[in-house]
Design a protein around this ligand. Structure first.
Ligand SMILES: [Ca+2]
Length: 274
């Protein structure tokens, strides 16, 4: 009995300091907003040169706002519309991302004509970024460096097609430790409340695809958008968002876990002793 009580005493001496120590260890970085942009501060006309944006082919800040559900989406003069052109802006500092982060990217896209293109991605300060969105009317994701393109498929094995004159919210979750991503979408105009996950095969079992090499993720700084069609046409997008969440700090979890184990042992011994 004495041994149990002695062990219980040691355990209680250990458990609280362990958990306290975990509290004071370097805390894991919290979710960080890398991109949160609504274009509302821009004036109509070319986006090139406005607020740090560069556009090699003069993507246009929309002159005619495209009304969306609840007045939230596409309200502003800040919607980008153009031919098939790329625009980019440095949004965050190098070192903001690490290979243990998960990044959730979201944006709103409006398909006004079949075959339109509305894309969003993050990466280096160049067009060399993985990106996702509506490509020729189809939900898709493409690897960095204009690598392999993956069209999302429905259960019949056909491309998922979007409805014209509709605002969609499109989301992609990038796992930077595996270099893979998942895709989700909802039709805001149709009133969808929750996201539908997209798959990349008819069996609806392949949920993620490669975004290419992410070995240089710590040097990423920019967001990239593309609108228009592959020929001439118009696409609209708005409300870019990218939020990174780090993996939990392994050391903190380990120490907390040890503290909990000690406390459990302490309780067990105390009940045995009673
Ligand atoms: Ca806007």
């Amino acid at each position: 009995m004495k041994t149990y009580l002695a062990k219980t005493k040691i355990a209680s001496l250990l458990a609280i300091p362990l958990i306290t120590a975990a509290t004071f260890l370097p805390t894991p970085a919290e979710a960080a907003t890398l991109v949160d942009y609504n274009f509302n501060s821009l004036t109509t006309g070319s986006i090139n040169g406005q607020d740090g944006w560069t556009s090699t082919n003069n993507a246009q800040v929309a002159t005619t706002p495209i009304a969306g559900p609840g007045g939230t989406y596409g309200l502003s003069n800040g919607t980008v519309a153009s031919g098939a052109v790329v625009s980019k802006k440095n949004f965050f500092a190098a070192g903001s991302l690490t290979s243990s982060d998960t990044v959730t990217l979201t944006f709103q896209a409006y398909q006004d004509t079949s075959g339109s293109v509305e894309l969003f991605g993050i990466g280096l300060a160049s067009t060399d970024a993985a990106h996702f969105g509506i490509w020729n009317g189809t939900l898709f994701l493409r690897e960095r460096g204009f690598g392999t393109a993956y069209n999302a498929k429905n259960a019949s094995g056909n491309d998922i097609l979007f409805t014209n004159d509709s605002w969609y919210s499109i989301q992609s979750v990038w796992n930077l430790s595996t270099g893979t991503a998942t895709l989700f979408y909802k039709n805001l105009t149709a009133g969808d409340v929750s996201y539908t996950q997209a798959f990349f095969n008819a069996a609806q079992t392949q949920a993620s695809v490669s975004i290419g090499s992410v070995a240089d993720v710590s040097s990423w700084t920019s967001a990239w958008v593309r609108t228009g069609t592959t020929a001439a046409g118009i696409g609209y997008l708005d409300n870019l968002s990218a939020v990174s969440v780090p993996e939990p700090n392994a050391l903190v979890l380990g120490v907390i876990g040890l503290g909990v184990l000690v406390m459990r042992a302490q309780r067990r011994r105390a009940s045995l002793a009673a």
